[in-house]
Design a binder for this molecule. Structure first.
Ligand SMILES: *Cc1c(COP(=O)(O)O)cnc(C)c1O
Length: 285
């Protein structure tokens, strides 16, 4: 694969570089593409079915669907029960994932944990289970490739940035690139939760810097200052996702001052349904 290009944007008068991992594919983008890379290069006949689970707005859910279509694998996705309105919406990640062939199974809240915990025990050798958020052990190999690309491109920065959900991307990137500072911020839970998540994967290296969000944000909720940052970056020429990216940009602008390269992890396909929620909540902000 040819390395993804590097662009630049100006935000609050500062120039940032942006590693365009969002341009890999329409749906299989960013760090999900990196994390799934080991599966993407697995021979098609190794598996015939992929099972995963989690939220119905998930970028990982959609990326896995795009991968399964490409590979000719059946794809079954479990989530908690959702409303009829959500189920029948014809935009957003769930809609797109189903269009790509994903079979969606809803579980009542009370049974959800049990059903998910059971999944691993009922797999045949042609079925592969991907934990929530695209978490596969081999994700490190895909992120090593990203690290290698960055090293070869030699961007004129000493620091990188990427927002965290599970923290897999930031952690493995920091481990693979000790010569760079890697900034991240928790978008799910708080700093301690993120550290705990990361510690289950590897020891957190010193060059990984976790910035504390200005205030407590709940994951995937609409915030007007997030919408503001989204619009500013869009005006500067690049569309980012409205769930993870704004929190990271806010921290970078307020808590750092060196030149930084932001790793664009895609996820823009979820923006349409997110913008709809802003419209309903704030009456056309
Ligand atoms: C999934 C995702 C993240 C979080 O990645 P982790 O490796 O789980 O920390 C960040 N940004 C975007 C756009 C994503 O889709």
């Amino acid at each position: 694969m040819t390395p993804t290009p590097i662009s630049s944007i100006t935000l609050d008068g500062r120039e940032f570089l942006v590693k365009r991992d969002d341009l890999v594919d329409k749906y299989l983008t960013g760090n999900k593409f990196r994390k799934l890379h080991p599966l993407l290069v697995t021979p098609n006949q190794t598996f015939n079915k992929i099972i995963s689970y989690g939220g119905t707005q998930s970028n990982a859910m959609l990326s896995i669907s795009a991968m399964c279509k490409q590979k000719g694998w059946e794809y079954i996705y479990y989530s908690k029960k959702i409303s009829k309105t959500q189920e029948e919406k014809n935009s957003g990640n769930l809609y797109l994932a189903k269009m790509l062939g994903m079979k969606h199974i809803q579980i009542p809240h009370s049974k959800y944990r049990d059903v998910i915990d059971e999944l691993q025990f009922n797999l045949d050798e042609k079925t592969f289970l991907i934990d929530q958020g695209g978490a596969i052990v081999a994700a490190k190999d895909g992120l090593d490739i990203l690290a290698m690309e960055i090293r070869e491109q030699r961007p004129n920065v000493k620091a990188l940035a990427t927002p965290s959900g599970t923290g897999t991307t930031a952690l493995f990137l920091a481990l693979a690139l000790p010569e760079y500072i890697v900034y991240t911020t928790p978008c799910v839970g708080d700093v301690n939760y993120l550290k705990k998540q990361m510690s289950t994967l590897a020891t957190i290296p010193e060059n990984l810097v976790i910035l504390k969000p200005k205030k407590k944000y709940h994951f995937a909720k609409p915030y007007l200052n997030f919408l503001d940052i989204y619009k500013k970056t869009l005006l500067s020429g690049i569309e980012f996702d409205i769930i993870y990216a704004p929190g990271m940009w806010e921290c970078l602008v307020e808590q750092t001052d060196e030149k930084i390269m932001y790793i664009h992890s895609g996820g823009v396909s979820g923006n349409e349904s997110m913008l709809e929620r802003y419209k309903i909540l704030y009456q056309n902000p």
